[in-house]
Design a protein around this ligand. Sequence first.
Ligand SMILES: Nc1nc2c(ncn2[C@@H]2O[C@H](COP(=O)(O)OP(=O)(O)O)[C@@H](O)[C@H]2O)c(=O)[nH]1
Ligand SMILES: [Mg+2]
Length: 412
Amino acid sequence: MASDPVVRKKLTGYVGFANLPNQVHRKSVRKGFQFTAMVVGESGLGKSTLVNTLFNTTLYPPRDPIPPSAERPQTVAIQSISADIEENGVRLRLTVVDTPGFGDFVNNDDSWKPILEDIESRFDAYLEQENRINRQKTVDNRVHACLYFIQPTGHSLKQIDIEFMRRLHQKVNLIPIIAKADTLTDEEVHSFKQRVLSDIHFHNIQIFQAPVYENEDEETLGEHEEIASKIPFAVVGSNQEVVTPDGRAVRGRAYPWGVIEVDNEEHCDFVKLRQMLVRTYMEELRERTDQVLYENWRTEKLVSLGVPQDSSVFKETNPAQRVAEERALHEQKLGKMEIEMKMVFQQKVQEKEAKLKQSEEELYARHRDMRDALEKQRSELEDKRRRLEGGRPLTPTEKTATKNTTRRFLRP
Ligand SMILES: Nc1nc2c(ncn2[C@@H]2O[C@H](COP(=O)(O)OP(=O)(O)O)[C@@H](O)[C@H]2O)c(=O)[nH]1
Ligand SMILES: [Mg+2]
């Protein structure tokens, strides 16, 4: 089907729809934004510190390390913290889902399980809202991004990392991060990144790749490439202000040999990570969560819930089948009518034939009678003639007999 041709027209006066983007913008700002990030990784890798650093708030208050004697939880706990943060009048309802306990046990084979369950239960909650009659106040608690913290070993990915990413990559936007990058040298960071990426490739794990659109300007394309080139982001987190040797107060970590600046792109990939998560791709992360990850999960779920089809129910409700049934009945009726008509016709024909036969017989009989009468008449006339020739006069009986025969013969 061909679509209507689009006619390009130049406006001759002000209409006002160029203001549409501003309307959308104002509305979004008024409504505010919702974003949920999850952090996963072994404890002590700096997850809480990085979240605080990312959003420049103390979402997680400083906490003393658990003494070795204390009783530790036996499973991965899921903890979620929300905060309303505001920047230049734009409100963001930020939720961070922490997963303390991940990788902390003797046996970590199933560490991914409670996390997958949490992500899916959030999908479930969203689906339940979608099915509600009133969908005005939909709350989106789905996880839009999962920061996965890789221990800075300098070797390659561990089994627990691979297992987690393999299990989760179709359910959440995975963003791998090399934690505490200040513990590795620049060269170590570089080669570790290569190995992590090749492991990810080898195991067919899909990490979040920002989409590239056509017609994008040079600057945007450059920014995209630069962000993509830094994955997995090697980050350093800190909420502490330290003073650099040249006297600047910066967020960073101070060491006897110098200062590592969190917001310095020469020192780590923190800025690029924040750029990806907040400035450039927050909307992409939300969109992919909704349209790809959630959508696939939803389809699978609904198919798996599918009740086996009962054909007897379908027979009654299937209109095509009903039409066919009605037609068969109708044809049956027509057939019966035809047979009846044939029978009646045959009967009539038989009756007519019988009548014709009767008339024929009658005609025959008459013909015979007439022939007999003629024969009789002729013999009488013959008789008469002979007698006349012989000179004897007719008796009165002979006269009437001749007359009657003639009359009968002339009867119609
Ligand atoms: N060297 C280094 N230490 C860090 C970094 N981030 C956090 N830490 C320290 O690591 C310890 C654990 O951090 P925390 O954020 O509680 O880790 P979590 O258990 O993953 O949430 C704290 O003493 C932090 O000061 C970092 O980037 N580099
Ligand atoms: Mg923590």
